[in-house]
Design a protein around this ligand. Structure first.
Ligand code: ARG
Ligand code: GLU
Length: 722
């Protein structure tokens, strides 16, 4: 299921060719940018030249009619869009995944079989899931930052800001009757208030089986060409007044004033597109010093440690179906970042991003040197010093997090530590036993394999020992105690610790007596966990904290300086999980490998990848039947169904599930990924390689109607053609 990523020799050649062709046939050029909705008015000209055919005030309008009112933050890190007047929501399969896991059982295995409600009554409540509308966004910088000099001491400055933020939020909540949150933008040079409304009764409407919604799995993740039907549907329910309400069977589908019309005519290469959603975290204005930390420290350590762990997991998963099921979700989570960071490293290298940053900094420094009255000349040298001073601690910490704390048993040391606190609280024995039992972490052990984890211990501990430049005394002492033999050490730890299985944990809880805290104090998993946690608290965290504080100030000033140095440049604030619009054009790419240039995939491509022997590439029988009979209904185009497409929109994590819109603001797809070659776009956006991947709305509707038999939902949608 996992492919090894090799260096791609062809790619450079292709990148150069495509850069040249871009120069020669320069059609509308892609632009980076994660634009704040209220600021779009300043970009009206550029948006229109790029292709927008919609009055600008339709995109964002706090009066309730703007398209901002048709987009929600889904859960805590995805985007979804409203696609009917009855509160129907469209998002990604991988965004609904966790919720659906909670609703599934062996009897109702929605991962294997999918789920499609046949009417409103069948829609399934999703406890804990919320969606948040963005009703209004306003610049409150003047209210937060007035009379605060740049050079004021951090602590005082921050505490004044915190007080003002709380007061202004309260004012907004009072005047709107809604929730209000103020967030910093441009590294703290601006503050904006976001007025929101969060709905809490959300129900599952449609979820294709993994053979469609997760098709290609981790092998195809971050890759193009792609054939994943990565969508799911939910519905918002509201109280009688259409306002948020806790779940009740009397709640009614939310009546939406704003929702997206769906354009089923498709698109062609070069067409204008927008992605409207919640990008999570980018650092486009970062200095070369911090970027080098990503490049030299965090990315390589994460990749190195995770390669080892994932190799072990994969091997064991290939040999046991039971283990496969237990580790599939953890694997997907760990592998998602692992693969992305390799793309990021590759992109930063191929594009010489650090050198480009340095050249830019030289220019900035010269400018700053000519402004003696301003606080800018010392910023970059101070960043240089600060990063150098912390790099060693950062490296050690990253190794701890990815190796020692990457061992599941050591993570369970935290559970033992919580138990220890119960012993120490001196509660009555019956209550103690009861509390300990609840702490046992049954859910974790359901998906835990001791032998696999022990292999991970034996592989990751040596990595830690050979790379760390400072470690807890307990570690070096114990290692010597086992004659520097990791295998013996592992055998002993996994034999003696109570945290290796639910039986031992429950035995510890059930028979617990007040004096039993000694059992925990002697447990090797607890010792490994506490030693490393204390070490971090004493030796690493204070250094890192001081560093981050210093960098916050420096980065705020650096951002301000950059904006003063080139006032005509189009600055946009880095992503911070708030609503942004980005725009570009449908555009293909020629990835390395045999695939060749393309901007769109089809159902035929998915069928061609079908492999009943490999879980990730098993096409469901019913889809194969539809394919054989060419039973595509109105969704067929040239004898197949369009499936996914790419464009050069600037997106990031959190944009999963975002609406992909045409020039008229009509829905043509749902964003779900980026291409591997362009994942460095969180630091550096290069239009020649950066692409976002979207599922074609026609594939979504085909699956919904023909595969899921949920055609009734089409009646509430507004389907339009060009
Ligand atoms: N790469 C996509 C995003 O970051 C999709 C992740 C889910 N899919 C998977 N195969 N793990 O988050
Ligand atoms: N799959 C990502 C998400 O879950 C979006 C892809 C990206 O990082 O661009 O948000």
């Amino acid at each position: 299921m996992l492919i090894k990523l090799e260096i791609r020799p062809n790619f450079l050649k292709k990148a150069i060719l495509s850069a040249i062709s871009l120069l020669i046939f320069s059609s509308p050029r892609a632009k980076e940018g994660l634009w704040l909705p209220p600021n779009l008015i300043d970009r009206q000209n550029d948006l229109e030249v790029s292709g927008l055919r919609l009055p600008i005030e339709k995109l964002y309008n706090p009066d309730g009619t703007g398209l901002n009112n048709a987009i929600v933050l889904f859960g805590s890190g995805c985007t979804a869009e409203v696609i009917s007047s009855k509160g129907l929501l469209l998002t990604n399969h991988h965004c609904g995944y966790g919720t659906v896991q909670g609703l599934s059982s062996v009897k109702n295995d929605y991962f294997a079989n999918g789920f499609f409600a046949k009417n409103n009554a069948q829609e399934i409540p999703c406890p804990g899931l919320t969606v948040t509308f963005i009703r209004k966004i306003e610049n409150v910088t003047d209210k937060v930052l007035y009379y605060l000099p740049d050079t004021m001491k951090n602590k005082i400055r921050d505490s004044i800001i915190a007080l003002r933020v709380a007061a202004v939020e309260k004012d907004y909540e009072k005047s709107t009757g809604l929730d209000a949150t103020i967030k910093p933008y441009y590294n703290g040079n601006q503050y904006w208030v976001i007025v929101t409304e969060t709905y809490k009764d959300i129900r599952l409407v449609g979820f294709p089986p993994n053979g469609i919604g997760k098709f290609g799995g981790d092998t195809d993740n971050w890759m193009w060409p792609r054939h994943t039907g990565d969508f799911s549907m939910f519905r918002i329910y509201a109280g009688k007044d259409n306002k948020p309400a806790a779940y009740s069977k009397d709640n009614r589908p939310y009546r939406a004033k704003a929702y997206f019309a769906i354009n089923t005519s498709g698109y062609k290469e070069g067409d204008f597109t927008m992605v409207y959603g919640f990008p999570g975290y980018t650092q486009e204005y970062i200095s070369s010093y911090q970027l080098k930390q990503v490049y030299d420290i965090t990315d390589p350590i994460r990749i190195q440690a995770r390669s080892i762990k994932l190799d072990i997991w994969k091997n064991n998963m290939d040999n046991s179906r039971d283990l496969f099921i237990k580790y599939a979700s953890k694997f997907a989570h760990i592998a998602n970042g692992w693969k992305k960071w390799q793309g990021e490293m590759w992109g930063l290298t191929t594009n010489n991003v650090i050198d480009k940053k340095r050249a830019y900094e030289n220019k900035f420094q010269q400018w700053a040197n000519d402004q003696p009255a301003k606080p800018y000349a010392g910023i970059l040298p101070a960043m240089d010093l600060a990063t150098q001073a912390v790099n060693d601690a950062m490296r050690n910490d990253e190794y701890i997090k990815e190796t020692v704390l990457g061992i599941e048993l050591v993570q369970q040391g935290a559970t033992l530590d919580k138990m220890l606190q119960c012993f120490r609280s001196k509660m009555p024995v019956a209550q103690l036993q009861d509390t300990l039992k609840k702490l046992c972490n049954k859910g974790f052990y359901k998906n835990y394999d001791l032998a696999t984890d022990k292999q991970v211990f034996r592989a990751l501990m040596p990595l830690y020992f050979s790379n760390s430049t400072g470690m807890p005394a307990y570690y070096s002492r114990t290692y010597r105690g086992y004659n520097k033999n990791f295998a013996h050490w592992a055998n002993d730890v996994y034999r003696r610790s109570a945290a290796t299985g639910i039986d031992k944990m429950e035995a510890l809880a059930e028979g617990a007596q007040a004096g039993d805290s000694t059992k925990i104090l002697a447990d090797p998993a607890w010792k490994l966990y506490t030693a490393v946690t204390e070490y971090r608290t004493k030796k690493i965290v204070p250094l890192m904290q001081r560093y981050y504080n210093k960098m916050n100030t420096l980065n705020r000033l650096y951002m301000k300086g950059q904006m003063e140095e080139s006032p005509r440049h189009d600055f946009y604030p880095d992503a911070n999980l708030t609503l942004r619009l980005t725009y570009g054009h449908v555009k293909g790419i020629d990835p390395d490998g045999p695939a060749g240039y393309s901007y769109q995939t089809t159902l035929d491509g998915a069928i061609a990848k079908d492999n009943p022997d490999i879980e990730e590439f098993k096409v469901p029988e019913k889809l194969k039947e539809l394919y054989k009979k060419k039973d595509y209904g109105r969704w067929g185009v040239n004898g197949t169904v369009p499936l996914a497409f790419i464009a050069d929109n600037h997106t990031s994590g959190g944009n999963s599930g975002s609406p992909v819109l045409n020039a008229k603001g009509q829905l043509i797809g749902t964003n779900f990924d980026r291409v591997w070659e362009g994942t460095m776009s969180d630091y550096y956006f290069d239009p020649s390689v950066c692409r976002n991947i979207s599922i074609d709305i026609r594939y979504t509707l085909f699956i919904l109607q023909k595969f899921g038999g949920a055609g009734w939902l089409l009646n509430e949608m507004k389907l339009v053609k060009n």
